[in-house]
Ligand binder design. Sequence first.
Ligand code: N01
Length: 548
Amino acid sequence: MATPSTRENPEHRRHSAAAPDFDAVVVGAGFAGLYMLHRLREIGLRVRVFERGGGVGGTWYWNRYPGARCDTDSVEYSYQFSEALQQEWRWTERFATQPEILRYLEHVAERFDLRRDIRFRTTVTEARFDEGAGCWRIATDDGARLSATYCIMATGCLSAVNRPAFNGLDRFAGEWHHTGDWPHEGVSFAGKRVGIVGTGSSAIQSIPLIAAEARHLTVFQRQANYTIPARNAPLDAAKYADIRARYGELRQEAKQTPNGCWWPVNPAAADEMSPLEQRRELEARWEKGGLRMYNVFKDVLVNDKANDIAAAFIREKIRELVHDPQVAAQLSPHSFIGCKRICLDTDYYETFNRPNVTLVDISDAPIEEITQSGLRTGGTEHALDTIVFAIGFDAMTGPLLSIDIRGRGGRTLKAKWADGPRSYLGLAMEGFPNLFTITGPSSPSVLTNMVPAIEQHVEWIAACIDHARACGRPCIEASRAAEDAWIAHHDEVAAGTLFPGCNSWYVGANVAGKPRKVTPYTGGFPAYIEKCEAVVAHGYEGFTLTAA
Ligand code: N01
């Protein structure tokens, strides 16, 4: 089918006072955008989705680096809104690889016929609320201009790449890549001297695979991270059949846990256990693998003494696994465990026993510059053919602030968030009517299993829009008082945890100049769901619904 010319295409004309072009615009076609489109269609809305990538998948479209895989069990990191989908899809491994998750999302897009409403390779650059017309005016990088009553940001929490800003990068003669924007054709490391900057999840997953292929790998570490063996394996057929038989019940159980996951939560605080009981609990969780170390003691994330016990246990494991005591010491983190995202690995610490791997501690000697033939730190130049930047993301607020969003009176989101993000439940904001954020700042988002968190938001937003339209008051806006109260509660809960005490992307510490603030809600998934449900039960308490 021929593409309509600019003149014929309604998305390329500026709109006047006529009815909006669409009922809703959704930005992003990852887990959140796909399900949002599906739900909005179900309630009868005309929807346009814009997606920057050339296909669906969001984070799973871009993060194609070696070893990329999910750190949440595949049987849980998947949609539950469709029992048929849940029954027909077959995961192959405990932790799915990026290609498998991408295949899953492509399957979802096909199965629910979603692609016809998605415009790919199109970045939304502006979203402005037109108070006169009561709609959002959207602009894209390919010149499209259109209007919609509702604007829903399904932009993801980790989709704005932290671009390398090192002096001299432009004169580097070799090749360089960012893990979050990896070439689709792959990268060959054979025979190469490779440097990797960063030791977060992306680096920890890719380092063992790059080391196995490269001539030499140099790892530049600023802060060491805690990582637990993933213990990935093919899914056991009998266990998987049992899960599928009880999927609904298990999903409900997960929603009762702070992280929205099936892993067992220890009901005991560390000081309610003997040293032997603590040890057994730690060993069991280390042996089982996965992120269950988050719940090893009830108080591990709020009590520094409990946290010290878990942290010391991991440091002991590092000393057992890494042959060189000096390297083991450098790999041992000194921060609280869990206040930076715990990583999962396959043979990460063991990789530092290889003769072709060198660890360079840059905690006291930041990278000075990239040279034509490598990288200089601490006055020493390291000769490199390829540099991998595994330096993470401008998390949670970055994807939203990369769009010029303007609410009532032309007020920018950037101005509203100058001292850190403010929102009612991470769903909506005062001054920005009919704008919703899926897993936005101040919702549990990255501290829970993302897919159920996304589904809960999508369903809440769809029900809210449906209600607003049905009662003839389609314009819905969070009140300043409700937003203030939520942020006060959010900040108070966060202050009672260990999260403020770490330089992590949860607090924005990894991006220069970003206001420091614990951004995800730390009160747990059940408390959050309860609050969202109470808001609805009290007639959308904290929101104002108006006719225009
Ligand atoms: O990014 P990160 P990531 N000079 O921010 C270092 C999710 N994820 O892409 O710790 C030198 O964690 C930085 O150092 P420091 C998961 O939620 C999930 O690895 O800030 N170093 C750090 O070591 C994860 O938490 C999965 O001192 C610099 C590293 O780069 C999140 O994404 C897989 C630097 C960045 O680590 C982000 O993970 C992968 C500089 N200028 C990711 N700037 C799965 O589910 C930064 N660093 C499997």
